[in-house]
Design a protein around this ligand. Structure first.
Ligand SMILES: [Zn+2]
Ligand SMILES: [Zn+2]
Length: 217
């Protein structure tokens, strides 16, 4: 597992040097919690579409960078932090593990996660990789979304549940071929030849179970 993004330096100094590009609004995955406030019980609904970052993928399938991820979330202020509940619609593209056809789909994923306040008991009694943290007035949704997406990406995606894959003889998609597609004609010719010249396969070595005792002739 790659380490969770934890390269933030904690206190963000609003220095003039980076005032422009460190604007919190610049990262749509970073939620400003000031509106929600810290009073337990207060709530905020979020319904927005944000671009997927790069790198949310496994071998054969992933989220196209910049793809529209739709978030429908409820933020709830609790004693220890902020509870995030809701769901994501995530576009994915890839290729079928059986026939290599392109795949396009949308994942619908539920999330529920507690983010702990700095200084809370939860923060003090848990590791950072067990309970996610609130960073000052901000909550970064991207690591949660990434983990949820990557865990739900299939390692062997298929274009259809019953995709029959590729013909082992000619490499074409079996679903694009007639149902009786086969290469038996070739096999039959070989069978004919084998018959004509005596079947050498009968005495082939390496199949001990099949021809028990033919060596003492
Ligand atoms: Zn397929
Ligand atoms: Zn074929």
């Amino acid at each position: 597992m790659p380490a969770a993004a934890s390269n933030r330096s904690g206190a963000v100094s609003p220095g003039p040097r980076t005032a422009g590009d460190r604007r919190p609004g610049a990262n749509p995955w970073r939620l400003d919690l000031r509106e929600l406030g810290r009073r337990a019980g207060s709530m905020q609904e979020i319904d927005r579409t944000v671009p997927a970052p790069d790198g949310w993928r496994v071998e054969l399938i992933g989220v196209p960078a910049g793809g529209d991820v739709h978030l429908r979330l409820r933020l709830e202020s609790v004693m220890e932090g902020v509870l995030v509940t809701g769901d994501l619609d995530v576009p994915v593209t890839g290729s079928c593990a059986r026939c290599l056809e392109p795949i396009e789909d949308t994942l619908h994923l539920d999330v529920q996660e507690l983010y702990a306040y700095a200084g809370s008991t939860t923060e003090a009694t848990s590791e950072e990789d067990e309970v996610r943290r609130i960073d000052g007035d901000f909550l970064d949704l991207a690591p949660l979304a990434r983990d949820t997406v990557v865990l739900n990406l299939p390692l062997a995606p298929v274009c259809t549940e019953d995709c029959r894959g590729l013909c082992v003889d000619c490499g074409q998609r079996l679903d694009d071929l007639p149902a009786d597609h086969s290469h038996e004609i070739v096999d039959a010719r070989w069978a004919g030849l084998a018959e004509k010249f005596g079947t050498p396969t009968a005495s082939s070595p390496g199949t001990p179970g099949e021809n028990p005792t033919t060596e003492e002739n």
